[in-house]
Each structure stands twice: as structure tokens, then as C-alpha cells.
Design a protein around this ligand. Structure first.
Ligand code: TNX
Length: 544
């Protein structure tokens, strides 16, 4: 071997060695930082910050209007850790300080942040308040779980972080079982802690209409209440009932407060008003909106109701008036219009509807549904809102501005992305938190299915089949929480935790950094926070 060849070979070996040791370093680091979702990059700093009641929170006066509110969140965490709230100051030179600041130079996006912990200070900075908020959420997980020690040493670390997806969603069905406003706020807290930013609020369905509409008080006087509810599983015959009246709804005032509460946590709420199916509660209040015209109850059993809206102009007027109020309450871009599981039987057997199909020159009921949704789409678009619906809205032709929520697998999402529409992935197989998470024999009654923590964790919302430009249409991912079998907040918590941590990491963390073995270690720390917060998380989900 010539000298040169020998030199090149040695150089190559050294390079490989360096690369491997680098990789080992990130691995050992990944085991060290117990943060969920896992940040993009973090490095240990060989230092400790001493957090005590002399520490100050520093924000510059010019940034108070953007960051002032965040000092409250930070102090809530600090008081938990050291039993004292910190003074908020604009002075730059106290002994130790936690600095919150905006930094337009960072180039990590509005939700990205830089967190630096050294002996001297803690800096949490971002281009926008969102990112500072997420930096605080990460900081929270670096604090000890135990409450109220007067002095806390926090290990030095430097983190640069930003999310993979803009839509990091969690859904809650409050129709099948009403959940009180106080719980909705808790739910938003849980989301924020996991850096989820989109709350899909399923407000109407066959079993209950849950949003006050001032123009139509009967919607909630009648539609928000059912006189009894199924007990046991839907497939168990004969059906048994509890004989108890169930219901409730959110007033405009309650909704405004919840929207504000979400906004302070950088969460956008996407309200869902179901059409043309899943409309039995609305039709119970106003039979003239239905096809049969006859009286019907708010539904007391689960499964899919055959009741569907008719296609009269008066029905569109009604829906537009409803959406008008919905739009006035929810400032986010998206309005969800459902669109799922609309059984077409009543349309098929109605002469009036059949004549309408003929008159419009449509081929079938699917095209009628598409026509229905397109009318709503243009109404929402003219009000600067974006329509999103379940993947059935593809049937009969997708409305021009629609975004698709792909739940029956990824097929609908792929089709929509390929035709240039935005998509949120939420396939049942990976994202349905109403499915069992451990052996059904030992679990509380659920709808069925099986979705263990590991499976949620392993999901990648970008189907391999999509090209890079098509993949840009995947806005993100969402987990859904249907409540047929969840009749209390504690039961909802049980199904959501710990799977919320897995979906959060799917939504936030780069797939190349994800590691199930490492996540399993980190989730142990997370569950100690859950215990401390008195969250009813599933222990059985953690057994493998
Ligand atoms: C299907 S997912 C539904 C819901 C049920 C759920 C139960 C979807 C768009 N529709 O109405 O609650 O299954 O898993």
C-alpha cells in the first residue's frame, strides 16, 4: 500500500470513528432528557441553575404586551416546584434570572424556541409568543415532579426545537356524553402541556346538540337532552337503558371563555357541526329539517342514525344562520362540517329528494351530498373560513376549498393530497383513542378495536406513496376521542392518557429522532407528572 493510500484509509477510519462517537453521544443524550415530545436538538451544559425565591423573571417592557401573560404560566410551574412565585422585572442584572424574550433572528418558526439553562440564567426565546410558551412547557418537564422544595437545582441544557406539523390535534366528542366546561379547560391544559395546538370540538351529533344558537333556542331546549341512554355495548341485545335524562350545552358566554382560554395556550378550536347526517338531535328539535317530517327523539343508542337533513332552501337558510353564529364565536380558520356516515336511505326513498336530484342533473345521492357540501363550502369561503370534513366528503366530488380529515385509513387523505387539497391524518388504526389500549378482558368497556401505545407511537402521518410536493398537503395529525362509552371526564382521561404523549411525539418530533425504547423511558417521567396532576391515566397501557 502506498503512503497516500495508507493515509486515506486512516483518515477514513478516523472519520467513521468520529461519526459513530457523535451518534453515540446523541443516543446517550436522548436517554437523558426526559421531555415529551422529544425536541429537535439538545445538548447538556455542564452547569446547574439554582431556582429559588430570589430568582426573577425578566421581560423587556416593550415585549410585555406579547409575553406578559406567559409569566403567569411560568410562575404557576415555579410555585409548584419551590412554593413561591417569582418577581417579574424588567431589570437586566439581578443575581439569577429567567429571561423570556422575542428574537426574530432565530429562524425556528413561530412555534420553535431556544431554551438555554446555565448557572447564570435561563433564557427562553422565540420569534413569537407561541414558541416562548412551548419553551416554558419544555422547561416544565425539566423541573422536579415533587412539590415545594425551597431550592431546586435544574441541570444545564441547550435546546433548539420546532414542530414537524402545523396541525397537532386532539378531538373530543361532547355529543354522546356532555363534558362540563371546566373539563374542557383541563383538556386544553393537557393539550398545551404536550404542545398540541388544535382542539377539534365535536359539538353536534345524533345524541345531542351542544352549542347554543341564539336564533334557534329549540336546538338546545330539545336537541341537547335525551331521556335515557344505552347501557352496555351497542351490539348486546336486547338494548338496556339507564332511564336517566342526560344532556347539557355550552352557552355563547361559556364558549367565548373557552375560546379565550384556548387562545392563551396557543390552541385553535375547530368546531364541528355535523351535516348532512349525524343530524338526529337537530331534526328532533326541528322535524321540518328532516326528510320524513315526522317527530323523532334525540337518539338514545349508539350506531349510525338514518336521520339526515333534507335539501330545502329553508334548511340551507337554517344552516347558514347556525354557521353565522358559529363563525362569530370561533376565530380560527377552519370550520368542520362532519360529512361522515350519512346514510342515504331516506334520500333514496323520498320522491321530493329524487326529483331534486333529477332537477339538478345529478347522478346519485353521493353527488347530492357533494352538492350540499359545496353550497356550505362557498358560504364558509365567502366568510373567510375554510371547510374541513371527514373523508366521505370526497364521495361525489370534493368541494373546491375543502380540507379532508382522513379517518377510514389513509386512502381518502392520499387521494385528497394528490388532487391538491390539504389533509389531516387521523386513521382509526393509529388515532382512535376510543379503542382499547390493553387486553379488553381487563379494561373498562370500550367500543372495540385495539390501539396500544406503541402503535400510536409508530405512526407516520406522511404516506410513503406521496411525492414531496403532495406531502406538503399533510397539515398534520390528530387523535379522536369518541365518547359513546366514556360518560365522565375521568373515563376520557383514562383513554387519552398516556396515548396523548405518543400522538404528541408523532405530531412534533422528526421521525428520524423517534425511538420507542427511549420514549418508554421518558413516558415513566411523564406519568409521574400525570400522577401529580391527579390525571386518571391508564397503567395497563404501559405494560408490554
Ligand atoms: C365513527 S369517525 C364515527 C363516529 C363514531 C366512531 C366510533 C367518524 C367520522 N364517525 O360517529 O363515534 O366511529 O369509533
Amino acid at each position: 500500500m502506498t503512503h497516500l493510500a495508507y493515509f486515506i484509509k486512516s483518515l477514513f477510519i478516523i472519520l467513521i470513528f468520529l461519526l459513530l462517537s457523535c451518534q453515540r453521544q446523541t443516543e446517550s443524550f436522548m436517554n437523558h432528557i426526559n421531555v415529551i415530545p422529544l425536541p429537535v436538538s439538545s445538548n447538556e451544559v455542564n452547569d446547574h441553575f439554582n431556582l429559588n425565591n430570589r430568582t426573577q423573571i425578566v421581560i423587556s417592557p416593550s415585549e410585555t404586551k406579547y409575553l406578559g401573560n406567559l409569566t403567569k404560566f411560568l410562575n404557576d410551574l415555579v410555585v409548584n416546584a419551590i412554593g413561591a412565585r417569582l418577581e417579574v422585572s424588567s431589570e437586566k442584572n439581578p443575581d439569577t434570572q429567567i429571561i423570556l424574550r422575542l428574537n426574530k433572528q432565530l429562524d425556528l418558526g413561530d412555534e420553535g424556541y431556544h431554551l438555554l439553562i446555565t448557572k447564570k440564567h435561563i433564557i427562553i426565546e422565540s420569534e413569537a409568543p407561541n414558541g416562548v410558551f412551548y419553551g416554558i412547557q419544555t422547561f416544565r418537564q425539566l423541573l422536579p415532579v415533587e412539590k415545594s422544595q425551597s431550592n431546586v437545582l435544574i441541570s444545564g441544557v441547550e435546546i433548539y426545537d420546532y414542530p414537524r406539523f402545523v396541525w397537532r390535534g386532539l378531538h373530543l366528542d361532547v355529543s354522546r356524553h356532555f363534558m362540563p366546561p371546566e373539563f374542557i379547560k383541563k383538556y386544553l391544559d393537557y393539550m398545551a402541556m404536550h404542545k398540541l395546538n388544535t382542539f377539534h370540538w365535536h359539538l353536534t351529533d345524533d345524541q345531542g346538540w351542544r352549542i347554543e344558537i341564539k336564533k334557534y333556542p329549540k336546538l338546545t331546549e330539545v336537541g341537547a337532552w335525551r331521556d335515557k341512554t344505552l347501557v352496555g355495548h351497542y351490539r348486546d341485545q336486547p338494548h338496556q337503558f339507564d332511564g336517566t335524562r342526560h344532556g347539557g350545552f355550552y352557552s355563547h358566554e361559556e364558549i367565548r371563555k373557552i375560546v379565550d382560554y384556548a387562545g392563551e395556550r396557543f390552541i385553535t378550536i375547530v368546531p364541528e357541526i355535523e351535516l348532512p347526517g349525524h343530524a338526529q338531535a337537530a331534526i328532533a328539535a326541528f322535524p321540518e329539517l328532516g326528510v320524513t317530517g315526522g317527530p323523532i327523539n334525540v337518539r338514545r343508542i349508539w350506531g349510525i342514525s338514518p336521520y339526515i337533513f333534507n335539501v330545502e332552501e329553508t334548511t340551507f337558510d337554517f344552516l347558514k344562520n347556525v354557521f353565522q353564529e358559529v363563525i362569530s364565536l370561533f376565530p380560527g380558520d377552519f370550520i368542520h362540517i362532519g360529512g361522515d356516515e350519512a346514510i342515504k336511505e331516506q334520500w333514496e326513498t323520498s320522491d321530493k329528494i329524487q326529483k331534486k336530484i333529477e332537477k339538478l342533473g345529478l347522478n346519485d345521492e353521493h353527488e347530492l351530498q357533494s352538492w350540499f357540501i359545496q353550497r356550505i363550502d362557498s358560504f364558509l369561503t365567502s366568510h373567510n373560513k375554510r371547510l374541513i370534513g371527514w373523508d366521505e366528503i370526497l364521495e361525489g366530488g370534493l368541494a373546491p376549498n375543502a380540507t379532508v380529515m382522513s379517518w377510514r385509513g389513509e386512502k381518502g387523505g392520499i387521494e385528497a393530497a394528490k388532487s391538491g387539497h390539504d389533509v389531516v391524518m387521523t386513521p382509526t388504526e393509529y388515532c382512535y383513542f376510543d379503542y382499547y389500549q390493553a387486553n379488553p378482558a381487563d379494561e373498562p368497556l370500550a367500543i372495540g378495536g385495539f390501539l396500544p401505545l406503541k402503535k400510536v407511537y409508530e405512526y407516520d402521518p406522511i404516506p410513503k406513496i406521496l411525492s414531496e410536493s403532495e406531502a406538503e398537503h399533510i397539515l398534520g395529525v390528530q387523535a379522536n376521542v369518541w365518547t359513546e362509552y366514556l360518560n365522565s371526564p375521568k373515563k376520557v382521561e383514562y383513554m387519552v392518557f398516556p396515548r396523548i404523549a405518543a400522538i404528541a411525539e408523532v405530531a412534533w418530533t422528526d421521525p428520524g429522532n423517534k425511538d420507542w425504547e427511549d420514549f418508554k423511558k421518558r413516558i415513566k417521567f411523564m406519568t409521574s407528572y400525570y400522577s401529580e396532576m391527579d390525571i386518571n391515566f391508564s397503567r395497563s397501557a404501559l405494560l408490554e
